[in-house]
Design a protein around this ligand. Sequence first.
Ligand code: SF4
Length: 140
Amino acid sequence: MPGERKEGYSMAGRSEDLSDGIVSGHNCRLGGETHIKIGIIRCEEYSAKCAGKNCFPAVAERRATFAGYADELQLVGFDTCGGCGRNSASKIVARANKLRDSGAEAIHFGNCLVNACPWADLYGTEVAEATGLPVVRGTH
Ligand code: SF4
């Protein structure tokens, strides 16, 4: 259900629970799960310059924000925000919903989005609310 916290969600390390489904830092964990599916959303503008050269190794090597996940971590999708939304989250929410429908249990925002997008906080709040999934700030 949108906005509802996923059962068993917990964090370790220097993670910060912002209590709205948005999580910062490393070592995010979906407690008790042995097979976790995640999706990544990155900056559309930056995607022209980067095909995920840092995100994919971080997933494969369980580094940074992926460090605390279960051994069986499956990336179900790697999408972009859909382009600058000018304070509207509709495009990124639609893409996050597709990732959720593909089985994602958490959505990671790429570092490019987190570090450079003026709407990153708005997007995080809206995606968490619309999907009912935890939104993790950062990938590597
Ligand atoms: S809305 Fe933000 S994340 Fe998307 S392309 Fe524009 S700056 Fe990048």
